[in-house]
Design a protein around this ligand. Structure first.
Ligand code: PEP
Ligand code: MG
Length: 757
């Protein structure tokens, strides 16, 4: 027997290399393979089973009866071989017949053999076959022999793929699911979609497994490790890291693994056994996966995800396949799978083919979710383990309304899904029918319902929903989708198109709000050092006032686009009144400059501030006299009020918008603005949720700017609401908050037949 796993595998691989390079037909190659392995491991029997149409068929054997070849077949999960494939596990038994899954096949003549060891042959994380050895003597195979078998199985997967022997149906040979799986998640953007699973960071399919030159492979791995460590270090030191939405905890893990000596040593050992760099990384990952499967510890499983991520990253670096799925292009209706995404990354996708997104993380008010909402793409968040349970190309039924995604559905599931889809479409049609109905409460109070927008494609939403205007146009979306800073003329054209589309309806342009989780690749956000906390950092108005070139260009573009009309400008993240003054002064200077040159001006410029930073509320009395309007951005406001990162998945559900602290805070602001006769609106995501919107109306708010898909449900809510009865009820609830304000409001809505979609 060989002395080490590496030496043992290397000897076999050297011989397999010649077989693979030969022009012999596939069957004779497999026949040679079983002989080589049997001899090298001194095993009387060596057999290869391949998955064909969902069944494992004996394809080649040394030692078992040759008549059994292509005759012996085992279903997934049947017998030892079926169990290995179904669970993607290794079995090493001194007495095969004693195992509970043993299934006797008389045609093979295997009763003569006692010991048995088998490993799965894996392709794209699915078992496509099984490699097994048997021995007459009852003995357990040594660890080194098992390792050698596993290494050989990797090479075999290349051989059978090249020979066209991979079952095209690739029937569900998955461990966690020999059929459909339903993965629960959390509703981020409501909707339903059907499509093929596409990984944002595609898995690399390994083409070559046997090394030609071991030292060269070793160098490739070293170089890839260096590059990966550099990337991780850079991520850790960059404020922009927030773009990907990942968090410090993950980063710390990445860093630990990236520098883990044990990991690189194991990869090196796999290279010693004769594998290419890619195959060695994958081989180590497969082994870790198999080991982890035996340990039932959720914490370790999370760590496993991190290592899996890094392992994929390393393979992508080593193979030079670095593009995201967006860069490769979507070919079919697709559902994107990722741990997390940045808003700019999402915007790179082809909107005609992108039908849905499933994230392992994600939170309601992160910008990627806002962008998805604007794109009309449903998003399921916090779908644990999704990247493990789904394979590229799997059919997915995404049902965010039901908070789940179904992977590889059965025909019955598809049917049920289609029926539900038809139902929601009917409901949507009912909401669309409210398009021409005014948002008036049952007791006759007219509410102004506007939409949030940011992309050119959003403009159709105005007519489709019958909204009163655009209450928040997020101008930074144009900056996010662009690879370079948009020129003034490009900006002007977009703003003009927006105003043209809106016609008589008002549009409020918010000046660029970049930074935080909306970093721009072409803008150096951290020239003054690292930002530990970008959401509270150099962003929005703070950045714009300092980089006033950007603000001036935007002011000019807006003023020119608004010639001859009313132009409403709103500044984000105003924290103190002087910031508003300075921003307004930039616009006024541009106006004066244009006026001096006789250019046509807007008929009126209305300036407003966003209230997103709690400190502003304390000096609102100073600012209100200077404002034409106020708009409350509840997304940022809540993150600052609770000191809870809006993009942090763990905090996403911790604080309720219907808690007394937010509602009391809002009530104070609304009362103050009303007393000063300054119109006040809410433009955060909160206003798009019927129950939350009801609470806002109860606080006296009568202007909302929301995501277009919510306009129908909001109108339905308003038209069934007795505002006069709600206002005193809200006052009562805020004075003496019950244990759950949400539950009390739900109960009130139900008693008063308020329609909450
Ligand atoms: C908000 O913070 O509530 C808001 C509307 O702005 P954004 O979500 O773009 O930060
Ligand atoms: Mg904001």
């Amino acid at each position: 027997m060989a002395v080490s796993a590496a030496a043992s595998a290397r000897e076999i691989l050297t011989r397999l290399h010649d077989v693979m390079a030969s022009r012999a037909p596939a069957q004779s190659k497999l026949n040679s393979v079983v002989n080589i392995i049997g001899e090298a491991l001194d095993s009387e029997v060596c057999s290869i089973y391949l998955l064909r149409e969902g069944v494992l068929e004996l394809y080649a054997t040394r030692g078992l009866a040759q008549e059994a070849v292509h005759v012996t077949k085992l279903a997934l999960g049947e017998g030892l071989v079926g169990t290995i494939a179904a669970n993607i596990e290794t079995l090493n038994l001194d007495e095969a017949a004693a195992h509970p899954d043993f299934a006797y096949r008389p045609e093979t003549g295997e009763e003569a053999f006692h010991s048995f060891a088998g490993v799965p042959i894996i392709r794209k994380e699915r078992a496509v076959g099984v490699l097994a050895v048997q021995h007459a003597e009852p003995r357990r195979y040594h660890e080194v022999e098992i390792e050698a078998l596993q290494t050989v199985a990797m090479v075999l997967s290349e051989l059978i793929a090249n020979a066209g022997l991979i079952d095209p149906g690739e029937a569900a040979a998955r461990p966690l699911a020999t059929g459909a799986v339903r993965i629960p998640g959390f509703k981020l953007v409501d909707g339903m979609a059907r499509g093929q699973a596409v990984f944002h960071q595609p898995r690399v399919v390994i083409e070559h497994t046997v090394a030609e030159d071991i030292e060269a492979e070793r160098h490739r791995v070293y170089a890839a490790f260096d590059k990966m460590r550099e990337q991780i270090d850079r991520m850790a030191s960059q404020a922009e890291f927030g773009v990907g939405g990942e968090h410090d905890e993950v980063l710390a893990m990445y860093k630990m693994f990236a520098y883990d000596e044990g990991w690189s040593r194991r990869i090196n050992e796999a290279i010693d056994s004769g594998l290419t760099a890619e195959a060695a990384i994958e081989r180590v990952q497969q082994r870790t996966r198999m080991r982890m499967r035996e340990i039932d510890d959720p914490l370790l499983r999370d760590r496993m995800h991190d290592l899996e991520d890094l392992s994929n990253r390393l393979i992508r670096i080593v193979s030079g396949q670095l593009g995201t799925a967006a860069q490769l292009g979507l070919r079919n209706d697709s559902i994107l799978i990722a741990r997390n995404l940045g808003p700019a990354e999402l915007l790179e996708y082809d909107r005609r083919r992108l039908k849905g997104v499933v994230l392992e993380e994600g939170s309601l008010t992160s910008h990627v979710v806002i962008v998805a909402r604007a794109m009309g793409v449903p998003v399921l968040g916090r779908a644990r383990d999704v990247r493990r349970q789904v394979a590229e190309g799997d059919l997915l039924l995404l049902d965010v309304t039901e908070e789940s995604v179904t992977v590889r559905p059965s025909a019955a599931m598809e049917e049920a899904f289609e029926a539900r889809l038809a139902l929601t479409q009917k409901r949507r049609a009912a909401f669309a029918a409210l398009r021409d109905q005014a948002p008036v409460t049952k007791d006759g109070h007219r509410v102004t319902v506007m939409v949030n927008a940011g992309l050119r494609d959003d403009l159709g939403a105005l007519d489709l929903t019958g909204a009163d205007g655009i209450g928040l146009f997020r101008t930074e979306f144009q900056f996010l989708v662009s690879a370079t800073l948009p020129q003034r003329e490009t900006q002007r054209r977009l703003y003009k198109d927006v105003l043209d589309a809106a016609g008589e309806r008002p549009v409020t342009f918010r000046t660029v709000d970049v930074g935080g989780d909306k970093a721009l690749p072409y803008l150096n956000h951290d020239e003054d050092g690292e930002e530990e906390n970008p959401a509270m950092g150099w962003r929005a108005l703070r950045l714009a006032l300092e980089r006033d070139g950007l603000m001036k260009a935007q002011a000019r573009a807006l003023l020119e686009a608004g010639a001859g009309r009313v132009l409403s400008i709103m500044f984000p993240m105003v924290s103190e009144p002087w910031e508003f003054d300075e921003a307004q002064a930039i616009f006024e200077a541009q106006r004066a400059w244009l006026a001096a040159r006789g250019r046509k001006m807007p008929t009126e410029i209305r300036y407003g501030a966003m209230l997103e930073v709690p400190a502003l509320a304390e000096v609102l009395d100073l600012l209100l006299p200077r404002l034409d309007f106020l708009s409350i951005g509840t997304n940022d406001l809540t993150q600052f009020l609770f000191a809870a990162d809006r993009a942090h998945p763990k905090l996403a559900l911790r604080y309720d918008w219907l808690g007394p602290s937010i509602l009391r805070f809002l009530k104070r602001v609304v009362d103050q603005a009303k007393a000063a006769d300054v119109p006040v609106a809410v433009c955060g995501e909160m206003g798009g949720r019927p129950l939350e919107a009801m609470a806002l109306i109860g606080l006296g708010i009568d202007r909302l700017s929301i995501t277009p898909a919510s306009v129908g449900p909001l109108k339905a809510m308003l038209r069934s609401l007795d505002r006069g009865a709600l206002i005193p009820e809200m006052a009562k609830l805020l004075a003496q908050p019950p244990e759950s304000l949400r539950k009390s409001l739900e109960a009130w809505a139900s008693e008063h037949s308020v329609e909450l979609a």
